[in-house]
Design a protein around this ligand. Structure first.
Ligand code: CP
Ligand code: NVA
Length: 300
């Protein structure tokens, strides 16, 4: 069966993202009841989650569909059943597969064998649902982000890679301040730049924040990197987002974080709880944007 997956933001064109954002606005204003009537979506989680899991489960229910959460512990995936077999089985029962996992190759393998849309709910390499939703939040705040400057401060992780992809598709400027040795994926950067994206990596958080409309950060040790936490805490110390960094940004700038946050590490409590922080709005918008993604993939 002909279908589309959403594994990275590069899977979408700018016009399609505009269409998804239109639907997300509609779904925020009125529950999209019936849009997934009679359909089931399986949510496969190989890593912990609060927001993604609950927002997808509630979103599918609000659309009149049936969400099936498959925690991997207790499933045959944990006992080594190949993803190629799992994908074909799940495709028979369900109309879409949402998956959070470790290596990005695992979700690619799932998508290769599935005959229904596969949605990336986070891999070690990308977190496209979060960043698409964050761009929706920023557009809502600033009425468009093309040509504006966005800052990323901290680890060149899955979130950073997805912001780079978003900059390439949506045409905003992205300056990332990362410690040496913790840059984003080199291929993601080079393909964005060769497609004309205004993406730069610097070493000074102040330089990244200068004039930005949004200052973004994330944990210093992502899921699966916990054993590096001590070393990372030392390396990332100068990359904490505090009031001094925020004061270098545009006077209307917002602070963004996908959460969960470690207060006092990558961001001060003052900034996270302060008037510029839009983290709660970001988290809420996950619901509407993910509903819109499912609607776009399943209803055309
Ligand atoms: N931001 C995010 O994806 O949160 P969870 O890990 O709680 O899903
Ligand atoms: N970079 C973080 C994001 C969590 C939502 C992680 O992968 O753990």
């Amino acid at each position: 069966m002909e279908h589309r997956d959403f594994l990275t933001i590069r899977d979408l064109q700018a016009e399609e993202i505009g269409e998804i954002f239109d639907r997300a606005r509609r779904f925020r204003d009125a529950i999209p009841a019936g849009r997934l009537s009679g359909r089931s979506v399986v949510l496969v989680f190989e890593k912990a989650s609060t927001r993604t899991r609950v927002s997808f489960e509630v979103g599918v229910a609000r659309m009149g569909g049936h969400p099936v959460v498959l925690g991997v512990e207790g499933s045959q995936i944990a006992r080594g059943e190949p993803l190629s077999d799992t994908a074909r089985i799940l495709s028979g029962y369900c109309d879409a597969i949402v998956m959070r996992t470790y290596g990005h190759d695992r979700i690619e393998e799932m998508a290769r064998w599935a005959s229904v849309p596969v949605v990336n709910a986070l891999t070690d390499r990308f977190h496209p649902c979060q960043v698409l939703s964050d761009c929706f939040t920023l557009e809502g705040r600033f009425g468009g982000i093309r040509g504006r400057k966005v800052a990323w401060i901290g680890d060149g992780n899955n979130m950073a890679n997805s912001w780079i992809n978003a900059a390439a598709v949506l045409g905003f400027e992205l300056v990332l301040a990362c410690p040496e040795g913790y840059d984003p994926d080199a291929y993601v950067v080079s393909s964005a730049v060769s497609d004309g994206a205004k993406v730069r990596i610097v070493r000074d958080p102040m330089e990244a924040a200068e004039g930005a409309i949004a200052v973004n950060t994330d944990v210093w040790a992502s899921m699966g990197r916990e054993d590096e936490a001590q070393t990372r805490a030392r390396v990332f110390e100068p990359f904490r987002v505090d009031e001094r960094v925020m004061s270098r940004a545009d006077p209307r700038a917002v602070f963004m974080h996908c959460l969960p946050a470690h207060r006092g590490e990558e961001v001060t409590d003052e900034v996270l709880e302060g008037g510029r922080s839009i983290v709660w709005e970001q988290a809420l918008n996950r619901l509407y944007v993910q509903e819109a993604i499912l609607d776009f993939l399943l209803n055309g």
